[in-house]
Design a binder for this molecule. Structure first.
Ligand SMILES: [Zn+2]
Length: 428
């Protein structure tokens, strides 16, 4: 890539990265101030004496460690694929442009689809291993053919999304060599908002079927909770989640007056009424605090500074200036796009701890509000014990694993929150 770089490009790129990092920190601090959870006690480990069965915890240790190892192995896969594609670009870019008959945007679409396909192929052995591990330990129950079909469908959807996104990126790099990072930032923001709004419409109905809840007492109970939470609920339905998972869960989806509560059939059949109430209260708390919207706002607000960072890093590696000649220019744009994708994929991988830190704060807030709504800390703790048994999950995973992968507070911290509420309920 040296032939694309002029003297000074590296320093210019590094300077832009510096500006971008300062901007990102400023935006992050603003969001932390405006969109953070509030009024939630800081997390502390619970008193687990007599809560979880120590023998069961020890027996599940090997299963948990296997999952943790596989999670860590998965982290560098996508960045490595993208870096490999970028590093070999002089070998494939002329051919890809040939397939696209010289149209650079179309070549970008091919690059995007290829990146998604290669990443899926490289990740397949690990995903299959995780699937087999979870199934063999009795935690998952999806049949092989349906699992493969889901992977295939997911890969095709990803290829289409990547093709469209990379076509836009290559087109921006080619036609806006100095301003493409603005287009990239806008693209990320639009994708984040669009996919979040569309996901209940496009994705979930393909993978599940819902039926009305035929339990008037339970329905009245849930509507009463929703009323007190100040969340409008149009419909309450049960999904056939048991076909794929043993997880006990529920969710609130949709916006405003069209919101509906979706209960997993596993939850309706597998948990006592008090615990079901607690799960629903937790989901209603997410809806009340508009955590999904806030999460998207984080992504959208950080998109521009991060796009500037990608622009600076791409320039530092593959230059900023115009290459000579039409064919060479298109090839340069493809190479730069591949470098930008490698930077984006790496940034995405290493930003997991940051987004999980935000997620953990919102989950703690949802727990705290649910405790206030139900005034039933015992149900909260009993439910933690039940889900841990089902998922054979960690109560207190290693700190680095929790920091990187933990989208929720640890079970120990969640029990601690419920115990703290219990103490406040009883008074001094
Ligand atoms: Zn939650």
């Amino acid at each position: 890539m040296d032939h694309l770089r002029s003297p000074g490009d590296r320093n210019r790129g590094l300077a832009l990265i510096g500006v971008a990092v300062v901007l990102a920190i400023a935006v992050g601090a603003l969001l932390r101030w405006q969109l953070w959870s509030s009024g939630v006690p800081s997390l502390a480990d619970g008193d687990l004496e007599g809560v979880f069965d120590p023998q069961q915890l020890a027996a599940d240790d090997r299963y948990r460690r296997g999952l943790q190892i596989m999670a860590w192995v998965g982290v560098p896969l996508a960045p490595l694929v993208a870096i490999g594609i970028a590093a070999t670009s002089p070998r494939w870019r002329a051919r890809v442009l040939g397939w696209a008959r010289g149209r650079v945007v179309l070549a970008g679409g091919l690059l995007g689809a290829g990146l998604a396909l290669l990443t899926a192929l490289v990740s397949l052995p690990l995903n299959a291993g995780r699937y087999a591990w979870i199934r063999d330990h009795g935690v998952g129950r999806q049949p092989v053919d349906s699992w493969l079909l889901d992977r295939l469908e997911g890969t095709v959807i990803q290829m289409v999304i990547f093709a469209a996104a990379v076509a836009v990126i290559v087109g921006s790099i080619h036609y806006l060599p100095r301003g493409w990072w603005v287009a990239l930032g806008a693209l990320v923001a639009v994708l984040a908002v669009g996919l979040t709004l569309l996901s209940p419409v496009v994705f979930s109905p393909r993978f599940e079927e819902t039926t009305p809840l035929n339990d008037a007492a339970l329905e009245a109970d849930i509507r009463e909770l929703a009323d007190r939470a100040g969340v409008e609920v149009d419909d309450i339905v049960v999904s056939d989640a048991s076909r794929r998972t043993r997880a006990l869960n529920a969710r609130v989806e949709g916006l405003g007056a069209t919101q509906r509560v979706v209960l997993f059939d596993t939850l309706v059949e597998g948990a006592p009424r008090e615990e079901l109430r607690w799960v629903v209260a937790h989901e209603l708390a997410h809806a009340k605090e508009t955590h999904v919207v806030k999460g998207v706002a984080w992504v959208a607000a950080l998109a521009i500074p991060l796009a500037l960072l990608v622009f600076g890093a791409t320039g530092a590696i593959a230059g900023f200036g115009r290459a000579d000649g039409e064919g060479t220019r298109a090839e340069a744009s493809l190479t730069r796009a591949a470098v930008a994708l490698a930077v984006i994929t790496t940034l995405t991988a290493i930003s997991a701890p940051l987004s999980n830190t935000v997620s953990r704060a919102y989950e703690a807030e949802a727990d705290w509000i649910a405790l206030k709504l139900t005034a039933d800390p015992k149900a909260a703790i009993d439910f933690r014990v039940r889900t841990r048994e089902r998922r054979r999950g960690s109560v207190d995973p290693p700190a680095l694993t929790q920091f990187w992968f933990g989208s929720h507070p640890t079970s120990s911290q969640r029990v601690g929150l419920a115990q703290r509420f219990d103490r406040e309920l009883r008074g001094p």
